[in-house]
Every structure is written in structure tokens, then in C-alpha cells.
Design a protein around this ligand. Structure first.
Ligand SMILES: [Zn+2]
Ligand SMILES: [Zn+2]
Length: 155
């Protein structure tokens, strides 16, 4: 199935492309950074370098297979482009990303554009906040030692 998606997008079927597409299609979070994907490849003992992951993701983006999001305070994340529109809410503490689609918000945006004399071509709505997940680092005030640094905070 993934190979078909690649061919449809005009890309040659290569192992790195198929594996990376697999990870994006199977990801629970749905919004993965290049490093997340690289880590999952390592877990599956795939010999694909981080530079290749970046290159493939850029090719996927150009081909319209994935969407790249730059959420503030984080690295770029990628998600499969599945066609249906949705907006995002992002936790500023743990980086959790949730998707939502609210008809009221969508309609109000159309109203605003119409009032200002625009046809909307696209929009990108991102809400930022503090999530209430118990495992979010913002929740309990746990002391964090120097070795408990956020993964990737300094890189
Ligand atoms: Zn959180
Ligand atoms: Zn999304």
C-alpha cells in the first residue's frame, strides 16, 4: 500500500521511503519529528541515517505526502497528509499535540475573510497551552536533576 502511495506521488520506491512512510502511517501520536522517526528506525534495527530521514521527509513534503508543522518552541513535526482539514493544540510543557476540527471556528474564519474581502486559500490555527496529562512535566512539581534534561532540549 505504501509503495502505491509513493508511485502515485511520483517517487521511486526505495527502502528508506517505504520504512519512513510506514512509521508515519503507524504512529500513534501522528505528529513526529525527524528525530522521532530516526529513533523508531533504530529500534527496528534499520540502517537509515538521520540525514536520509531529513532528505526523505523533504521529498515527501514536496510531493504533498506529508505536512510539516513548525510548532513554537519545538522542532518541526511531520504528519501524513490525509486530506481532511484539522487544526492543532500544542502543550508548551511536554509537546503533546492534539488535533481538532470545530465547525464554529471554521465558519467564523470564513465570515471574517468575507467581511475583509478575501477568499481563504488556507489557514493554520494553532492553540498553545498547558495540558493536564499526569505525565506532563508541568503537572507535579518534581525536582529535575541535571540528568533528567528534556530529550533534545540542547540539540
Ligand atoms: Zn503537557
Ligand atoms: Zn495534525
Amino acid at each position: 500500500m505504501q509503495s502505491n502511495d509513493l508511485r502515485k506521488a511520483g517517487l521511486k520506491v526505495t527502502t528508506p521511503r517505504v520504512k519512513i512512510l510506514d512509521i508515519l502511517a503507524g504512529s500513534e501520536g501522528r505528529h513526529l519529528s525527524a528525530e522521532d522517526i530516526y529513533r523508531q528506525l533504530l529500534e527496528h534495527a534499520e540502517d537509515i541515517g538521520l540525514a536520509t530521514v531529513y532528505r526523505v521527509l523533504t521529498q515527501f513534503e514536496a510531493a504533498g505526502l506529508v505536512e510539516r508543522h513548525h510548532f513554537e518552541g519545538g522542532t518541526a513535526v511531520f504528519e501524513l497528509n490525509q486530506g481532511e482539514h484539522h487544526d492543532h493544540i500544542v502543550c508548551m510543557d511536554c509537546g503533546r499535540v492534539e488535533e481538532f476540527m470545530d465547525c464554529g471556528i471554521e465558519e467564523r474564519q470564513l465570515d471574517v475573510a468575507k467581511r475583509l474581502g478575501f477568499d481563504i486559500a488556507e489557514h493554520n490555527l494553532i492553540l498553545y497551552g498547558h495540558c493536564k496529562k499526569p505525565n506532563c512535566p508541568n503537572r507535579p512539581a518534581v525536582k529535575r536533576g541535571p540528568r533528567d534534561q528534556e530529550p533534545g532540549a540542547g540539540t
